[in-house]
Design a protein around this ligand. Structure first.
Ligand SMILES: Nc1ncnc2c1ncn2[C@@H]1O[C@H](COP(=O)(O)OP(=O)(O)OP(=O)(O)O)[C@@H](O)[C@H]1O
Ligand SMILES: [Mg+2]
Length: 263
């Protein structure tokens, strides 16, 4: 068995930077020489759209080549892997049909572990150094599946007054699902969309630093329009504009992730 590390990005607060962070840490890992599989677990398909055009993404979503099809039929995920344009970076696309995933899970035996089971062959093959899963902004049976399939959780938090609001729910959910996610460790909180022109972000960082037993990544990601341009071009910002501030910040964050995951 290989020692593939599975990291998920989750926060029930919408727009906190989960998909942006997942795509850039994923690409950052390949720049450091690791082989990476990204899994798009959200019906919004934002992770898929970070690497494929709308037309390509809709092609995966409307056919069989997507996570919804795999979960529904409890198939091995190895049959769903798509190569991106980047060496060493593969992706399992999502589908808008993922909106019905809770219903699909409901009737299944051991329904919290379906994703974990579907990932087993890929994991045991040792083909990837890292598998990164992007979660939707919800807390329910599907996110439970994502957490149960992961070794590490990274919570991206937006540096805004409401950015911290949902965090208590997230932690409550985590303590509730602890029994079915014995392998899971909270790797840390990554603060995103920091606007250094506004002092508010300092308060967010202070509040998070005061939390016991929760690691706060040293690197935070500032607001940067390059991120939006990169997404418009179906690319992670590290590839689209390597010289940009956010590209450099995401590379730093990636190095922090590797350091903790390799301990
Ligand atoms: N550092 C940044 N600078 C500027 N815009 C950003 C930055 N990070 C993310 N964004 C933008 O903020 C929005 C939300 O980011 P993202 O989609 O990564 O969050 P999310 O948590 O995945 O959202 P959801 O909960 O809907 O899945 C996107 O439009 C993205 O382009
Ligand atoms: Mg998202």
């Amino acid at each position: 068995m290989g020692d593939t590390k599975v990291i998920c990005f989750a926060n029930n607060k919408g727009g906190s930077g989960k998909s942006t962070t997942c795509s850039n840490v994923g690409f950052g890992l390949t720049k450091l020489g690791y082989k990476v599989l990204l899994v798009d677990g959200d019906m919004q398909m934002n992770l898929t759209l970070s690497f494929f055009t709308e037309e390509e993404a809709l092609g995966f979503a409307s056919g069989n080549q997507n996570l919804y099809h795999a979960i529904r039929n409890q198939n091995d995920l190895e049959h769903y892997v798509q190569h991106t344009r980047y060496e060493g970076l593969d992706l399992i696309p999502s589908s808008t049909l993922m909106s019905g995933i809770e219903y699909e899970l409901f009737t299944k035996w051991q329904r919290e572990y379906i994703l974990k089971k579907c990932l087993r062959t890929v994991l045991e093959s040792g083909e990837y150094d890292y598998i990164l899963i992007d979660a939707p902004p919800t807390l329910g049976g599907w996110v439970m599946n994502i957490l149960a399939a992961s070794h590490f959780l990274i919570i991206p938090v937006e540096a805004s007054p409401w950015g911290l609001f949902g965090l208590a729910n997230m932690f409550e959910f985590l303590s509730e699902v602890k029994e079915i996610t014995p392998d899971l460790k909270l790797m840390g909180i990554a603060v995103t969309k920091v606007d250094t022109r506004k002092n508010y972000f300092k308060q967010t960082l202070e509040t998070l630093r005061e939390m016991d037993d929760v690691h706060l990544f040293d690197t935070y990601i500032r607001v940067d329009s390059s991120i939006e341009w990169a997404q418009d071009n179906s690319q992670p910002v590290i590839s689209f504009k390597q010289s940009s501030r956010s590209a450099q910040e995401y590379m730093e964050l990636t190095k922090e992730v590797v350091k903790i995951a390799s301990r």
